[in-house]
Design a protein around this ligand. Structure first.
Ligand SMILES: Nc1nc2c(ncn2[C@@H]2O[C@H](COP(=O)(O)OP(=O)(O)OP(=O)(O)O)[C@@H](O)[C@H]2O)c(=O)[nH]1
Ligand SMILES: [Mg+2]
Length: 326
């Protein structure tokens, strides 16, 4: 009855969050260095808050891939307070930057929730080549299983050689069934069969993999629209979650991909992966500000447990520390 969530929140208690905080910031080390090294100079007590300093701060936010719009929003908030003479010192400036960064992310902090519904909850995973779709599916299957859901995978990437085997490996690792046909089969037909099978077997969640593609490849985009259409023949509310996987390391490109895929097929959620290996993690702010679609998870490594529910304040804490840290 009602809505339930399978998600294991990281902040189970103040104690466990204290333990886990350094871990996320370690995983986000390269982005964190960029934020810390470049922004922290501004937050030392001795600095005078003047026009030069604010201009430099603005430049550093842009350099950290935060994007023009999100940076503008932070700077507007700062300028307002400066005008009213409400920014006493560097600590206050730092707290304000923290607050503004969190408020940019807050609207997209909407964890995936599974409604208590009759048939399987269908997640259709899309994105460009190599963004981390198949890996994210493997990780997500594990989280769902841990949350007590039954899971099935559909090998909808029938295009790339070895894609089916890659998904099957994740299936074996998690001990969940994988519905597949051979390479070259019709993707929509594989995913259709999978939903029939998942329905018959009372599976809670079906996750469908798809081949990587660019939004400019009209034929391939049509294939995804066809997948959506044929799923609707079995359950007119399916897919329940069209989830784009974006490689955070590609910076501005990730933002463009989200925009273009959203135009073509109305996304419900996003996962930003590879935030462990990049200094461009600031793009998460740009994506949040510009696209506004829920960020369900972030990928912070290649291992099965390296998928985290996206939490605004936890993310900002990991990059610039908690407001009163030094
Ligand atoms: N460091 C890191 N690597 C990741 C992450 N997610 C995925 N990868 C790696 O990125 C590479 C591509 O991942 P896949 O899951 O195969 O990507 P895909 O989108 O399914 O690729 P195609 O099916 O070819 O379009 C693999 O080497 C993964 O291990 C992550 O969060 N961090
Ligand atoms: Mg794949």
């Amino acid at each position: 009855m009602g809505i339930f969530s399978f998600l294991k929140r990281d902040k189970k208690s103040p104690d466990s969050s204290a333990e886990q905080q350094p871990e996320l910031s370690q995983k986000l080390d390269r982005t964190r260095s960029r934020f810390r090294d470049n922004l922290f100079g501004f937050f030392t007590g001795s600095k005078q808050i003047d026009a030069d300093l604010l201009e430099e701060l603005e430049g550093q936010l842009i350099m950290a891939d935060v994007g023009v719009d999100a940076t503008q929003r932070v700077m507007d908030a700062i300028n307002q307070k400066v005008k009213k003479d409400q920014l006493a010192d560097a600590d206050a400036l730092r707290a304000l930057v923290h607050e503004e960064l969190v408020s940019i992310l807050r609207p997209v902090e909407q964890p995936l929730q599974l409604p208590d519904q009759a048939g399987p909850f269908v997640i259709l995973v899309v994105g460009v080549n190599g963004s981390g779709k198949t890996t994210t599916i493997g990780k997500l299957a594990k989280q769902l299983l841990d949350g007590g859901q039954s899971v099935m995978l559909a090998a909808g990437d029938t295009f790339r050689a070895a894609a089916v085997e890659q998904l099957q490996t994740w299936g074996e690792r998690n001990d969940v069934p994988v519905v597949a046909q051979s390479t070259g089969a019709d993707s929509a037909s594989v995913i259709f069969d999978a939903l029939q099978s998942a329905t018959a077997r009372n599976i809670d969640v079906l996750i469908a993999d798809t081949a990587g593609r660019l939004h400019t490849q009209a034929g391939l985009m049509d294939e995804l629209i066809k997948v959506k259409r044929v799923l609707g023949k079995i359950d007119d509310t399916a897919p329940h979650e069209t989830l784009i996987v974006l490689d955070g390391g590609t910076g501005q490109n990730a933002l463009n991909q989200a925009e273009e895929f959203n135009k073509a097929m109305q996304l419900d959620g996003m996962v930003v992966t590879k935030l462990d290996g990049t200094a461009k993690g600031g793009v998460v702010f740009a994506i949040a500000e510009k696209i506004g679609i829920p960020i369900r998870f972030i990928g912070v490594g290649e291992q099965v447990n390296d998928l985290e529910v996206f939490e605004a304040s936890r993310f900002v804490d990991a990059l610039i520390g908690e407001p009163r840290d030094t």
